[in-house]
Design a protein around this ligand. Sequence first.
Ligand SMILES: CC(C)(COP(=O)(O)OP(=O)(O)OC[C@H]1O[C@@H](n2cnc3c(N)ncnc32)[C@H](O)[C@@H]1OP(=O)(O)O)[C@@H](O)C(=O)NCCC(=O)NCCS
Length: 167
Amino acid sequence: MIQAVTVRVARPTDSAAVERILEASYPALMSHAYAPAVLEEVLPLIMTANPQLLGSGTFYLAEAGDEPVGCGGWSSERPGTPDIEPGLAHLRHFGTAQTWVGRGVGRMIYSRCECAARAAGVRRFECYASLGGEGFYSALGFERIREVDIDFGRGLGFPSVLIERRI
Ligand SMILES: CC(C)(COP(=O)(O)OP(=O)(O)OC[C@H]1O[C@@H](n2cnc3c(N)ncnc32)[C@H](O)[C@@H]1OP(=O)(O)O)[C@@H](O)C(=O)NCCC(=O)NCCS
């Protein structure tokens, strides 16, 4: 039987579930786009659940029964800063467990984000997409602004793509 997937708002207590998803997603799905040395440095940072997002009410968890299968959300703040621009929000921390990719989980979470963000007055999304993630966002209607190196400190630049979509 195919297990139905549901999406709900994540809670601060979902930290372990989010990390389980990210660990089942990022190492496998990002290995085609990045050198092993880059992933070795960056994965521990980006596979850690973000407590601010978990408590925001705008971060979501997709579940198949008890199994966490996907996550993602949005924030008014630009990632890594307190900066807020009226009408603009940022997609954050999307991931689908490898065994669940290509089954609409990411799109379900995105739809939830778009619906809530529109209701909150957001008119444009931006996202710092990983190199392998850009195709997913293109399918959702995002367009490339420019390539960027995300600065994780320690002189480490993570090649990414800044993308946008009007909503
Ligand atoms: C990107 C990611 C979240 C997509 O999740 P998913 O659950 O497989 O996405 P969906 O099944 O909902 O796909 C939605 C659409 O995007 C398309 N798509 C998904 N991944 C794609 C890819 N890598 N390249 C091109 N198109 C892609 C699907 O074909 C689908 O199109 P359709 O609805 O028009 O048929 C998932 O692959 C992932 O976790 N990747 C690794 C982490 C990552 O890069 N996250 C983004 C961080 S910025």
